[in-house]
Design a protein around this ligand. Sequence first.
Ligand SMILES: [Zn+2]
Length: 464
Amino acid sequence: MATRLARLSLLLLACSSAPAGALTESEELAREILTELVAFDTAMDGETGRTRATADRLAEMLKRARFPDADVQVLGRKPGDGNLLARFRSPRPVQPPVLLIAHLDAVAASPFNWDTNPLQLKEKDGYYYGRGTRDIKGGVAMLMANVIRLQAEGFRPNRDLILLFTADEETSGSNLAWLLAEHRPLIEAAFALNTDAGQVDLRADGQPEAFDIQTAEKIYASFALDAVSAGGHSSRPGPDNAIYKLARGLSRVENHRFPRDLNETVRVYFQRWAPLAPPELAAGARALGAGRLDDPAILAVEESPYLNALIRTTCVATQLRGGGAENALPERARAVVNCRILPQSSAAGVEAVLRDLVAPDGLTITPVAPAPVAPPSLLDPRVLGPVEAVVAELWPGIPILPEMSPGATDGIFLRGAGIPTYGVGAVPEDPDEDTSHAPNERIRIAAFNAAMEFWYRLMKRVAE
Ligand SMILES: [Zn+2]
């Protein structure tokens, strides 16, 4: 297989000037693919996507690696959009397919804030630098190199493995929503594995501490609060004032706490995290892990904004405007409140709570955009079993922590469409070192290669 893969690598890719170092052939292939991916600027250009050329290039690589033309497709909702769909077909499927996902777009990079060219893969101090190396062109490269390796090794999966690299995860996610609506049979799967969430947490001393698997995401929903008043000359103020009304309503929102409410993901997270927690949080974490929601020890846990966000829905004022002139009484004032809603509850329910809160001040409330709905994915042993087995091989002894992201990924659309989705990115990293979306985005080369090995083993295990 080794020589075949080496030949493939030469066939598929232009030669790189960087030294090969001690990389294996598939690591080398992944680096070559990542080099190409980083060089495509795939940030949105205003409203226009720029992922089509990347998707076409990846399709070409797979076809050269002898994936049948019919199993490799590039589709897009709009002309600049490219979503790559490729099927590593089972000769005799005995189980439904598994979807393997990443995204081709990246957030824009301002070169003036970078020490290197963000659109050129640079190897420095044991890292790959470049926009997308961490989020998540690195994940695309890993999946590509692994599927090419498995094909070259003659691996015969017992179910189809479908690669899906989407076009606009960083903005609206509209391409995945469109694929689900218009091309569902192409991506129908028992479950999805996402490279773009979850990781191996490293302690400060570099030792692996826990494997995070994302099984849930909060619902993102913003609401506009509007106040109106008659206006007039500011030299003759009366009691009716849109700005004061809005301020009173906002202060009620600030003082409202949504109730504690644990889904399975978060409860198991606290149960398994409790032994790792700092001493002052351990009792609260144990109480949450046992589902004792009225335990006073939880107050200490809630002081952490991150942990608090796991326990409850949050809503916070993020934007404000109002008044027309400094010497006129305001005619209107508007605030935007951004909510991160527990996936077991609903945006409509939260809207109703906010409406009741601000009604006494005469404010109206309007959703800014429809909120996607996505239930948590269950901790299914058919998925957790293979993940646990590979984690035990590569990082023996560390616990697996199910995770609910307060942010959002493409997983939300798949879960909402009934395809359970698990973020198992597996990059070993100190959580504080994550450079996604930041200047000088980078990934440790050893971590990149370790995650690729994890994915190689996992892809085999779920399909043999
Ligand atoms: Zn991402």
